[in-house]
Design a protein around this ligand. Structure first.
Ligand code: 9L3
Ligand code: MG
Length: 137
């Protein structure tokens, strides 16, 4: 059975540019140090939006509402399917509960992370759509 993993893009205008919140993974070893859209596995009985809201509450201590899909699903191995969504910020300032670090990245910085191999490989599949969103006024 394929498990769905949801990942959320929280976008905020800050310092004259739209920026997306990325989180630097601490585990597993082959992903540690790489940046991702935060999220995790959908649990039984949850909708993807509910899972996204729970994961961002657990990992970042923020309240969000799950929104539109971003890009296509990305299969990882035989057992995971990753999906990205907009996550509309509602409350709280992000705290790195499980991650090594957090950062707010503009379009050029997102491209640089992807090109330099500092992004989780699966998430590179969403960069084009993410950049389009960040370039919108
Ligand atoms: N994953 C990849 N990109 C992401 C997320 C949130 C997750 N943006 C992959 C890493 C793990 C799996 O999905 O192999 C489950 O994620 P987590 O529960 O360890 O965050
Ligand atoms: Mg996670």
């Amino acid at each position: 059975m394929v498990r769905i993993v949801v990942a959320g893009a929280v976008i905020r205008e800050w310092g004259g540019a739209n920026r997306v919140l990325l989180a630097q993974r601490a585990y597993p070893p082959h992903l540690a140090g790489l940046w991702e859209l935060p999220g995790g596995k959908v649990e039984e009985g949850e909708s993807p939006a509910q899972a996204l809201e729970r994961e961002l509450r657990e990992e970042l201590e923020i309240e969000v509402v799950g929104g539109d899909r971003i890009g296509d699903a990305v299969p990882v191995g035989d057992d995971l399917e990753l999906r990205a969504y907009r996550a509309r910020w509602v409350a709280g300032e992000p705290v790195a509960v499980e991650h090594r670090a957090l950062g707010w990245f503009d379009d050029a910085e997102v491209v640089r992370l992807a090109d330099s191999g500092e992004m989780v490989p699966a998430d590179v599949g969403w960069v084009r759509e993410l950049v389009d969103l960040l370039r919108r006024p």
